[in-house]
Ligand binder design. Structure first.
Ligand code: C2E
Ligand code: CA
Ligand code: CA
Ligand code: CA
Length: 281
């Protein structure tokens, strides 16, 4: 028994070592990917279900691996975060998103009412010069006010609420708006939500998934909607896959959504085709 215990410890030790070297290998590959330009942005439409108009899009990072193909950030974002590489990748995402937005506007594929949403990580937001970095991208691309929307999480807010509010207010003066991502999954307190200059709440997809079968998820959605209404915020539901989910959301007064039901995140060329075929406003 003693022996098998020792073996188990040895196995555990080996697998820890294995995990550590695996992580290092991934980190090096990601560094290479950044240098080689193997990251891409995909775009997922945000839709008003009352008209089927595309009101905006979320930019989502993809790593297009030379042999493995397209990789979702869920597979590597933690490594970017832990290694600090997220700062460089995040800067690239911001620059690329602003460039694409300006280009689509120039092509008249979208108009000024469209908003492009960009995910911001905690470390990126905490950078001392974050505001200046965003300002640079907005000015360089001459983006009209309201077109760039930053998606932040409750994790960013609770880390340092005063710094968060100060940066958000500064950015708002430059025409940048904010969405609270994954709303309801973190430690939201109503007190700070009231202090935060956010424009949009995004209902997390975990609530949407079971909204039609789980009464407590349905109740959370109702609560987020009434909170949004009372604070004058727009609400967007994410992860809408089924018509029944959309029907439920609409019955509760939530009309804006993103999800596979309307479209998956797509490369720019395909997103452009989607825009061309979508309802004209
Ligand atoms: P998120 O911000 O909550 O993004 C929504 C995720 O839901 C995306 O996963 C999207 O592809 C997926 N999704 C959209 N519609 C549906 C649906 O109908 N059903 C299901 N099951 N999923 C749907 P993705 O692209 O894999 O991204 C995962 C997470 O990685 C994002 O979650 C976000 O937290 C992070 N992320 C993505 N891009 C960036 C980025 O540029 N910067 C940073 N910091 N984080 C990013
Ligand atoms: Ca997001
Ligand atoms: Ca989300
Ligand atoms: Ca999420």
């Amino acid at each position: 028994a003693k022996d098998s215990g020792r073996n188990a410890i040895q196995l555990f030790h080996n697998s820890m070592q294995h995990a550590a070297s695996e992580r290092l290998r991934l980190e090096n590959e990601l560094r290479l990917a950044l240098a080689r330009g193997d990251f891409e942005l995909y775009f997922q439409a945000q839709v008003d279900a009352r008209t089927d108009q595309i009101i905006g899009a979320e930019a989502l990072l993809r790593w297009v691996h030379p042999t493995l193909g397209e990789q979702s950030p869920t597979q590597f974002i933690h490594v970017l975060e832990e290694s600090g590489l997220i700062l460089e990748v995040g800067a690239w995402v911001l620059a690329e998103a602003c460039r694409v937005c300006a280009q689509l506007l120039e092509e008249r594929a979208i108009d000024k009412r469209f908003s492009l949403c960009v995910n911001i990580s905690t470390r990126q937001f905490r950078q001392a010069d974050f505001v200046e970095r965003v300002e640079h991208c907005v000015r360089k691309n001459k983006l009209p006010p309201g077109m760039l929307k930053l998606e932040i999480t409750e994790g960013i807010v609770i880390q340092d609420i005063d710094d968060t509010i100060a940066k958000m207010n500064h950015l708002r003066k430059l025409g940048v708006s904010f969405a609270m991502d994954d709303f309801g999954t973190g430690y939201s307190s109503l007190t700070y939500l009231k202090r935060l200059p956010v424009d949009v709440l995004k209902i997390d997809q975990s609530f949407v998934r079971d909204a039609t079968s789980n009464p407590s998820d349905a109740e959370i959605i109702r609560a987020v909607l009434s909170l949004g209404l009372s604070l004058g915020l727009a609400v967007i539901a994410e992860g809408v896959e089924q018509q029944s989910q959309l029907d439920f959301l609409q019955s509760q007064g939530c009309h804006c959504y993103q999800g596979y039901l309307f479209s998956r995140p797509q490369p720019l060329a395909e997103f452009r085709t989607l825009l061309a075929h979508s309802v004209q406003r």
